[in-house]
Design a protein around this ligand. Structure first.
Ligand SMILES: [Zn+2]
Length: 351
């Protein structure tokens, strides 16, 4: 017999009773045995099992029996709420609870690790061009006078590099409209970067460090790779967090303001993912070879930068090297691209 509390559905007071099952009947009687009741078990409507709450057996006419959760035998209502019984079983087992927590945490990590980049990439490559243009302009305006100061390169040097740049990009098919802009920038040192509007910003320090036009073009080709792959926008969106990305997916254009301020922040203390750098390198090697320039020029540019500023190795003055880490693998790939280029040149024409 199981202790329970009986409410008859009319009076509000509770009666202490004992309940038991007698085949197909449910019986209960007052603890002082002064009165006894019974109903067919099949007519009883049990409540859902919820750990920590008393179990309620609904009877006819609003009467009900209340039983401590743990006391109800499983075989009284064996087929009822099978799912609830499973949930109840799970709730009682802390291992299951712990596993659920782990699953939730892993899902969240997966969302940040893969879901966010995926969403950021979709947005970055589907934004209307006019929006990309306005974001690039906004960030350039935010940078000018602060990080980016008027260039100190002589007019002849500028004109020469502009001509070399124009001649190069005009021969590369499939590029968006691009524009080369020179700035003095003690803050970001020898650096170049591609903004979403098609601007390629090139600092005076970098222009002075490149040993020749081919090394200059090697850096340009790498930046064109970032440009063609929308890398700046993708990287900034990836690092601006869930809310901006989610906002933009919902069509909230004001989130763009957050992206425009994210670009200067990116330039000061962030860098592209390794994957983007590899993509930009591959683009550069391919494009240089197509324009009949040996991809080894990229290695020359990097080496010249380090030679020109040995005292700045790893420091902020060498941003192009520190935000584009020069490692053996990249040099090996550039040299490999160079060998392929040489081999293609020396191969006799099939025509
Ligand atoms: Zn890069």
């Amino acid at each position: 017999m199981i202790p329970a509390i009986y409410f008859d559905g009319h009076a509000s007071h509770a009666t202490r009773v004992h309940v038991w099952r007698d085949d197909a009947m449910l019986r209960w009687r007052r603890t002082d045995r002064a009165r006894e009741w019974d109903v067919p078990l099949a007519s009883v409507e049990p409540s859902a099992r919820v750990t920590g709450l008393p179990f309620v057996l609904h009877l006819a006419n609003g009467a009900h029996l209340q039983i401590e959760h743990d006391l109800l035998p499983d075989d009284w209502f064996p087929r009822h709420h099978r799912l609830e019984r499973l949930v109840d079983w799970l709730e009682r087992r802390w291992v299951a609870a712990l596993v659920s927590v782990v699953i939730v945490v892993v899902s969240l990590l997966g969302l940040f690790e893969f879901g966010l980049p995926w969403a950021a990439d979709r947005i970055a490559t589907r934004l209307p061009h006019a929006l990309e243009t306005s974001m690039g302009r906004q960030s350039l305006v935010a940078l000018e006078g602060r990080l980016l100061l008027p260039t100190t390169l002589g007019p002849a040097r500028q004109a020469h590099l502009q001509a070399v740049f124009r001649h190069f990009v005009d021969g590369v098919p499939g590029l968006p409209v691009v524009e080369l802009k020179f700035y003095a920038s003690p803050a970001i040192g020898a650096n170049a970067f591609a903004l979403p509007d098609g601007s390629i910003v090139f600092t005076d320090a970098l222009a002075k460090a490149v040993p020749d036009d081919q090394a200059f073009l090697a850096v340009i080709a790498h930046e064109l790779g970032h440009q063609a792959g929308h890398h700046m926008l993708r990287q900034v969106l990836r690092s601006s967090g869930v809310f901006i990305v989610a906002g933009m997916m919902m069509g909230d254009v004001t989130s763009l303001g957050g992206v425009a301020t994210g670009i200067p922040m990116f330039l000061i203390d962030s860098h592209y993912s390794r994957r983007f750098e590899e993509d930009a390198d591959a683009f550069a090697f391919r494009t240089l070879a197509q324009r009949d320039i040996d991809p080894v020029a990229f290695v020359h540019a990097m080496q010249a930068l380090q030679r020109a500023h040995p005292e700045l190795k790893g420091g902020t003055g060498l941003r192009y090297v520190s935000s584009h880490p020069l490692n053996d693998q990249r040099i090996a790939r550039a040299n490999e691209a160079s060998r392929r280029y040489q081999a293609n040149r020396q191969a006799p024409s099939s025509r």
